[in-house]
Design a protein around this ligand. Structure first.
Ligand code: DX5
Ligand code: ZN
Length: 224
């Protein structure tokens, strides 16, 4: 089942609760929270206090995408703040297996993230223990960037591995996903669709979300 994970990075931070309500009314079913530390990526956003602030205003799962150097140190704080899913970049985790276990031990669904230049094979060994794999379709750090077309083959590659290994992790995609790119990633096998600027721009959040999901659902999943 395809789902819209709307990224609040593109929302009006002064009215986060209203923005979340509008995206939810349009059919969004996951809140995607982009956490950046100014080290792993050249931008700074928000952390556990903002997660704790939005926890009471939505019943949707909070999906925290950690773009930070030392995720292990902050995992308990995200759990305490009310995060449901936490994903970490394979590029920063020296002990990836331990970090994913740490997330699960804190009661959250663990995900692993691949930058565009990281081979899909880098996560093969942890696929049985993750809830989702997030394929970055832009270089992380900013919203509103152009979709990298090679991401489609990377998603298809993961979907093939999932089938061959008999696993059921979910495939998430993030970056430049909009009405014109969403069908290609759904056809390749992505189901958790992160979108920020496509949803929150132009003051039509609810309609943008509806239209985005209509296009995503019209696309077929991967061919067996
Ligand atoms: C980028 C973030 C994305 C970003 C996507 O580093 O991980 O989640 O918000 O924004 P759009 O949908 O505008 O590409
Ligand atoms: Zn993200």
């Amino acid at each position: 089942m395809v789902e819209l994970a709307f990224s609040i990075l593109a929302a009006d931070f002064a009215h986060l609760a209203d923005e979340i309500a509008l995206a939810t009314a349009g059919g969004g079913s996951i809140v995607h929270v982009d956490v950046m530390d100014g080290h792993f990526v050249p931008n700074i956003t928000f952390g556990p206090p903002v997660v704790a602030a939005i926890r009471p205003v939505t019943e949707l799962p909070l999906d925290c995408h950690l773009m930070i150097e030392d995720p292990d140190q902050f995992i308990p704080a995200f759990a305490k703040a009310g995060a449901d899913m936490v994903s970490v970049h394979v590029e920063v985790c020296r002990h990836l297996h331990r970090t994913l276990q740490h997330i699960a031990d804190n009661g959250m669904a663990a995900g692993v993230v691949l930058n565009p230049a990281t081979p899909v094979e880098a996560v093969c060994e942890v696929l049985p223990m993750v809830h989702h794999v997030l394929v970055m379709s832009v270089n992380p750090g900013f919203g509103g960037q152009k979709f990298l077309p090679r991401s489609v083959e990377r998603i298809a590659h993961l979907a093939r591995l999932r089938r061959e290994l008999g696993l059921n992790f979910r495939i998430e995609v993030d970056g430049g996903i909009a009405h014109d790119t969403v069908a290609s990633v759904v056809e390749a096998g992505a189901e958790m669709l992160v979108a920020g600027s496509a949803i929150f721009q132009r003051g039509r959040t609810e309609a943008n979300a509806q239209e985005f999901l209509r296009v995503a659902r019209a696309a077929g999943g991967p061919k067996a």
